[in-house]
Design a protein around this ligand. Structure first.
Ligand code: GFB
Length: 303
């Protein structure tokens, strides 16, 4: 989702930038020698690392081995190969799940490594901390401009709509749409509905990334958030409204809640001139349109 939004917005707003991409079936980013050959052949001026094994709360807690091992291997292979082939600039993408489960809200960058992580996504968070730290160490030890961005929960066109592996927004769009089609009297959402999450439309993240890549002295890592959060139950009612589902919404506390709250403080990035531009209401409408269009054209991502 992030990678395709980067390509779409660069082509639209910065057509002079030559974008070199590598699809999953062309290059295994866990394989350092292959990544090195790719950089040797393509000689990029900058690398934007948007590739990861990602998923929602259930995928993260079911496959911790893959979430830790694949993401650590991709980060190390890519960051090290970039350095050894002379890439001067590297922007690594992480996630706000790197911060402690009970970090003071809104979460500031300094909260990193101050107390234990949330267990449902500990593996992914540890991998993302490794990538962030490796960039920081390269920058300080070798003087290259390697830095990171930590976006809050993202959504938008090209999201993964798998019923179990997706994040909450695409998961609920699909559930409510299917329930409307099947005329189901009720839909159960996972967990208690009380956790709070902050959501950022993917295009706003991409504007932040382009902004950061142009910054002469960016922070080692910086939060990218929307600025306000919403409970999962409120979110479910909002999505049901967008989709047009009018049945009942119940909760399923046998499913995990995850971290109770994850609202980021993005004042560091905002102080450099970035701010989000797509309202949550507008973003949800666009996400649902994308779901409908992708389904109609047989391009719905669901894995
Ligand atoms: O988006 P989500 O899967 O991930 O879930 P996290 C957010 C909240 O929504 C949790 C609830 O409290 C879920 O229990 N929820 C309710 C649902 N119904 C659903 C549903 O149908 N599908 C899903 N997926 N959730 C992820 C991390 O945590 O956040 C990743 O696992 C990553 O590592 C990502 O950092 C940004 O917000 O809990």
């Amino acid at each position: 989702m992030v990678g395709s939004a980067v390509c779409r917005l660069l082509a639209d707003r910065h057509p002079h930038v030559e974008v070199i991409t590598c699809a999953r079936n062309q290059l295994d980013l866990r394989d350092e020698s292959k990544v090195r050959s790719f950089f040797e052949a393509s000689r990029p001026d900058a690398v934007l690392f948007a590739a990861s094994r990602v998923g929602g709360i259930l995928a993260n807690s079911t496959y911790p081995v893959e979430f830790l091992a694949d993401n650590v291997r991709m980060a190390i292979a890519t960051i090290q190969s970039a350095y050894t082939t002379g890439v001067k600039r590297f922007l690594y993408l992480g996630s706000t799940c790197i911060y402690p489960k009970f970090a003071p809200q809104p979460i500031r960058e300094e909260a990193l490594l101050t107390s234990p992580l949330e267990t449902t996504n500990e593996a992914y968070a540890l991998a993302k901390i490794v990538g962030l730290k490796l960039c920081q160490y390269y920058r300080h030890q070798h003087g290259v401009l390697y830095h990171s961005a930590m976006p809050t929960n993202l959504y938008g066109p090209g999201d993964n709509y798998h019923p179990d592996h997706s994040h909450v927004i695409p998961g609920l769009i699909r559930k409510f749409h299917d329930a409307k089609d099947a005329d189901l009297p009720q839909v159960a959402i996972w967990g208690t509905g009380t956790p709070r999450r902050e959501f950022l439309y993917v295009d706003d993240l991409v504007h932040a990334l382009i902004h950061l890549l142009a910054h002469p002295d960016p922070p080692d890592w910086v939060n990218v958030g929307y600025g306000s959060d919403i409970s999962i139950l409120e979110l479910a009612h909002t999505i049901a409204g967008v989709v047009g589902y009018t049945g009942a919404i119940t909760t399923d506390p046998s499913k995990p809640d995850g971290t109770p709250r994850k609202l980021t403080d993005s004042s560091l990035l905002r102080s450099t001139g970035w701010k989000p531009t797509v309202s949550f209401e507008e973003g949800l409408e666009r996400a649902y349109d994308d779901f409908l269009r992708s389904r109609e054209t047989g391009n719905l991502r669901s894995r």
